[in-house]
Design a protein around this ligand. Structure first.
Ligand SMILES: [Zn+2]
Length: 227
């Protein structure tokens, strides 16, 4: 008995990242400690390619280092699994492809500071103000697209993190009318949006790839920010 108690005390003194030597970053350990889960452990068919862990993002820099797993709050991960299930029930050859999920606030600052030429009001359309916290910082938002089972993303009309009207779901009708968005591209966005709504997510006005599992107010009430 004394041995068990000793083990429990000893384990509680070990930082989480020491228990998971393969973990990429201290913030990955922090996310696990805060109860966030790797979405692929809930649904292994979900594809993950964290764009901020590469240089293929609007900053042109690797913001996440070695982090390769997508973490979310368990309730958000379960919603994502529901969306994934709905997608595959209707399109067996398609998969959700996650570009970003929980994002530590330190990374939020890097993204915020990467757009110095935009006035703060404009900037807030694309990157949440780190002082207020993004819903990503609570592990309740996800950026994603739809891909074929072998990982090829569908054509959504713009790349991920394209900052401009062409990415606005709120402008799709007029973009289609003016020929800037094709019917096929819109159909692809609707495949994504329908699946995500079925999972219980809410889309936003300015980015076809972003979905919230909870409002910022609710996320703030229920969860702690990942720093
Ligand atoms: Zn987002």
């Amino acid at each position: 008995m004394r041995k068990i108690v000793f083990c429990i005390i000893a384990l509680s003194l070990v930082p989480a990242f020491a228990l998971f030597p393969a973990l990429a970053q201290p913030f990955e350990a922090a996310m696990i400690k805060q109860g966030l889960v790797d979405v692929q452990t809930i649904d292994p068919t979900i594809l993950v390619e964290l764009k901020y862990s590469t240089t293929d993002n609007f900053v042109g820099k690797d913001v996440y280092g070695d982090l390769t797993r997508a973490y979310m709050q368990p309730m958000a991960a379960r919603k994502l699994a529901m969306a994934s299930k709905y997608l595959q029930a209707h399109h067996p050859n398609l998969r959700l492809l996650v570009y970003d999920a929980a994002r530590p606030r330190s990374a939020q600052w890097n993204l915020w500071n990467a757009l110095p030429d935009l006035p703060e009001r404009e900037r807030r359309k694309y990157v949440a103000d780190p002082r207020q916290g993004s819903i990503h910082n609570y592990g309740c938002a996800v950026d994603l697209t739809v891909a074929t089972a072998d990982g090829k993303p569908l054509d959504m009309g713009t790349k991920y993190d394209f900052f401009g009207e062409l990415a606005y779901p709120s402008r799709e009708a007029s973009l289609l009318k003016s020929g800037k968005l094709t019917q096929k591209q819109l159909d692809n966005r609707l495949i994504l949006r329908t699946a995500m709504r079925q999972g219980g997510f809410t889309p936003i006005e300015y980015e076809w790839w972003h979905f919230n599992a909870l409002s910022r107010e609710k996320a703030k009430m229920v969860f702690r920010i990942v720093d």
